[in-house]
Design a binder for this molecule. Structure first.
Ligand code: FES
Length: 217
């Protein structure tokens, strides 16, 4: 918790699935200040607190808004770029760590095809609509969020949170005249070993058929 920027709104307290966060009066800058505090014995490191924080003041290590946001850029062409057709549907995949069950899944996520970028998060519940709109504004043509199957989230309701947020975002995209198919959510259950590449390739095909995002047209 960055006590200095915490505004003690209490959203993280309400969102934490493990009741690991409380608002406490702490000493800061020579005086008392009310701020979120985490009980490390209860925290399960899902990162859901970070997804609701209004001031980017709470996060788990390695998954701050700032560090994740740096990853939400379009994949870059390497020394031997694939044909232009592969770059027509630049796709960002944000995948819950728990969804990559087998060696082929992990291999694909580590070395995705050109035009595809995979970013891992501890749980789909860590994903905010702002992550996705940031990626779209930075040249990504489509975003796929992959979470654990309903009923299998390792942090109680993280995938349900992701579902609600993405539906709301898709409705917003409708209003903006941007195809809602550019933002997709998919589940991979514990029995779906090895299905990650097939799932991503399908969505990449969808995004390619849409082409670049036409902002304001
Ligand atoms: Fe995978 Fe929550 S742990 S979606």
């Amino acid at each position: 918790v960055d006590v200095g920027s915490c505004i003690a709104c209490g959203l993280c307290v309400a969102a934490c699935p493990y009741d690991a966060i409380t608002l406490e009066t702490v000493s800061w800058n020579g005086g008392p200040k009310l701020a979120a505090q985490v009980d490390r014995n209860l925290c399960m490191s899902c990162g859901i607190c970070g997804s609701v924080c209004l001031s980017s003041s709470i996060s788990i290590e390695g998954y701050t808004d700032a560090s994740l946001s740096e990853s939400f850029v379009a994949p870059k062409k390497g020394a031997n770029p694939a044909p232009d057709s592969a770059w027509r549907g630049k796709t960002l995949v944000i995948a819950c760590n728990w969804c990559l069950h087998s060696a082929p899944d992990i291999e694909y996520a580590s070395h995705p095809p050109q035009g595809v970028k995979v970013v891992n998060v501890p749980c789909a519940g860590r994903v905010t609509p702002a992550f996705i709109t940031t990626a779209l504004q930075r040249g990504v043509d489509g975003v796929l969020v992959v979470g654990c199957k309903e009923g299998e989230c390792h942090y109680k309701q993280g995938n349900a949170l992701a579902k609600g947020r993405l539906l709301a975002l898709q409705n917003l995209l409708d209003l903006l005249g941007i195809e809602r198919e550019r933002v997709q959510l998919a589940w991979l259950g514990s029995l779906d070993r090895g299905k990650f590449p097939e799932l991503v390739n399908k969505v990449v095909g969808d995004v390619r058929s849409l082409g670049p995002v036409m902002w304001g047209e």
